[in-house]
Design a protein around this ligand. Structure first.
Ligand code: GMT
Length: 381
C-alpha cells in the first residue's frame, strides 16, 4: 500500500505512535509518506520506503494566524495526486482530520477518492474536544472519516459521550517495539545515579498540567522517607520549574535529577525500578508501556485508559487522581521487598509483550484494507 501519514512531529505520544507506525509499515514493504511541518522527532534514519513532505506556511504580514490547515490540505492534495496514495492516516483530530476532509473534497474534483482514517489519541477528545470552540469541527471530521480508531476503550467511550458520533470507532491500542524497548545493561549509569544501591523511581512526560508532575515529587518525598531512593524526571514543559521548587521545599532536591528531553529513553528506563504516572487524564499511557517493556512496574492513577494497561496488584497499582498517600504507600510496598519487586518487574514485561508491534501492526494493516475496500465500493455505487 501507499500510505500518507499526518501527525504532530514532536516527542508527544501521538507523534511517537504515528512515526513508529510509519517506520514499521515501511519495514513491512509499504510505501509511507509523512506530511508534516517538521521532520518527525523519531524519523531519524533512511529507508527506501519512507518519504517526508514538509508543509510550509507562508507568513504574509496580513496573516495574524498563519493558515496551517489550508497549507496542509493543499500539500495533501499534491502528495495524494502525484504519489498516487491509497489511503491517508491522520493522527489527532485537530486540525489534521478536518484538513484531510478538505483535501478529500478537492481531490474529488480530480476524480480521485482518497479514504481517510483518523486516529484519536486523547487530548484531542478529552481536553480540546470538550472546548466548545472546536466541537462542531471535531464532530464533523470524525463523522466524515472513512475509518476512525481510538487508542483505548475508554477513549472510544468518551468520544461517543462528548460528541454526536454516527461513525464506528475501532479500538487499536498503542504498541511497543520490544526490539528497541528492552532491558539494556547500563550498570555504569545506575552506579552514577544511585552509588549506594538506592532504588530509582522515574517519571517521563512533557510536564503538562494534565500529568500532575508535582504529585510525582510529593509521592517521591514520601517514598524517600522510608526507602533510600532517587528520582529521575525526564522531559520538559510548563510545570518543570514548579517541580524544581517543590523539590527544594520538600527537602529532596539532592535526590531528584531533572534530565530534560532524552532520545535514548530505553537506556534510562533500564536502570529504573518504578515508574510514576499520576496523570489527571491519560487515554492510554504510552510512556508507562515503554517503562513496562524495560521491566519497570507502574504506579499510576486509574484515569482514562490506564486500567486497560496497568493491572492492579500485578504490573503495579492504580489509585484515584490526587491520592498521593495511596500511590506512595503502594510504591513503598513494591520497593521494600526484593522478591516482590522482581515479580512485579517480570509481570510488567509480560504485560508489555501483549502490546508488541508484531501484534498491533497487522490490526492497522487489516483496517486500512477494510477501509479502502469499503470506500471503493461506496464510491463506485
Ligand atoms: O500525553 C501527552 O501529553 C501527549 C499526548 C498526545 O496527544 O500526543 O499523548 C496522548 O496520546 C498517546 C498516544 O496515543 C497516549 O498514549 C497518551 O495517553 C495520550 N495522552 C493523554 O491522553 C493525556
Amino acid at each position: 500500500m501507499k500510505i500518507g501519514i499526518v501527525c504532530y512531529p514532536t516527542f508527544g505520544g501521538s507523534g511517537v505512535v504515528a512515526t513508529e507506525l510509519g517506520k514499521a509499515l515501511a519495514d513491512n514493504g509499504h510505501q509511507v509518506h509523512f506530511v508534516t511541518y517538521n521532520q518527525p522527532a523519531r524519523l531519524d534514519f533512511f529507508s527506501e520506503n519512507l518519504f517526508y513532505h514538509e508543509v510550509s506556511v507562508s507568513k504574509y504580514p496580513l496573516f495574524d494566524y498563519p493558515p496551517y490547515e489550508l497549507a496542509l490540505a493543499s500539500r495533501l492534495v499534491d502528495v495524494v495526486r502525484f504519489e498516487k496514495l491509497d489511503i491517508l492516516h491522520v493522527h489527532y483530530a485537530i486540525p489534521h482530520a478536518s484538513a484531510a476532509f478538505m483535501a478529500k473534497q478537492i481531490l474529488l474534483t480530480y476524480g480521485i477518492y482518497i479514504p481517510v482514517v483518523t486516529t484519536l489519541h486523547g487530548t484531542d477528545i478529552t481536553l480540546v474536544g470538550r472546548d466548545r470552540t472546536y466541537k462542531p469541527v471535531v464532530t464533523f471530521s470524525i463523522n466524515k472519516s472513512d475509518g476512525v480508531t481510538a487508542v483505548s476503550e475508554h477513549l472510544r467511550k468518551d468520544t461517543f459521550e462528548f460528541f454526536e458520533i454516527e461513525n464506528e470507532i475501532r479500538v487499536i491500542p498503542n504498541f511497543i517495539d520490544l526490539t528497541r524497548f528492552s532491558l539494556k545493561a547500563k550498570d555504569h549509569f545506575k552506579k552514577a545515579i544511585a552509588p549506594s544501591g538506592e532504588k530509582i523511581l522515574i517519571h517521563t512526560s512533557n510536564f503538562r498540567k494534565v500529568k500532575r508532575t508535582q504529585d510525582v515529587i510529593r509521592i517521591f518525598a514520601k517514598v524517600f522517607k522510608k526507602i533510600p531512593s532517587k528520582l529521575l524526571m525526564v522531559g520538559d514543559g510548563e510545570e518543570r520549574s514548579e517541580c524544581e521548587q517543590l523539590c527544594r521545599d520538600l527537602g529532596v532536591g539532592d535526590n531528584v535529577r531533572f534530565l530534560g528531553k532524552q532520545d535514548a529513553i530505553e537506556e534510562i528506563l533500564s536502570v529504573s525500578d518504578l515508574f510514576l504516572m499520576p496523570s489527571q487524564s491519560e487515554s492510554f499511557g504510552l510512556a508507562a508501556l515503554e517503562a513496562m517493556a524495560c521491566k519497570v512496574p507502574v504506579i499510576s492513577t486509574n484515569a482514562g485508559g490506564l486500567p486497560e494497561l496497568n493491572i492492579e496488584g500485578v504490573t503495579g497499582f492504580l489509585k484515584d487522581i490526587g491520592d498521593v498517600d495511596g500511590m506512595a504507600e503502594k510504591a513503598i510496598y513494591i520497593l521494600e521487598n526484593e522478591t516482590r519487586l522482581k515479580t512485579f518487574k517480570e509481570n510488567a514485561l509480560a504485560r508489555a509483550k501483549e502490546f508488541d508491534l508484531s501484534i498491533i501492526l497487522p490490526m492497522y494493516e487489516n483496517y486500512y484494507i477494510e477501509v479502502i475496500e469499503k470506500s471503493k465500493a461506496s464510491f463506485l455505487a
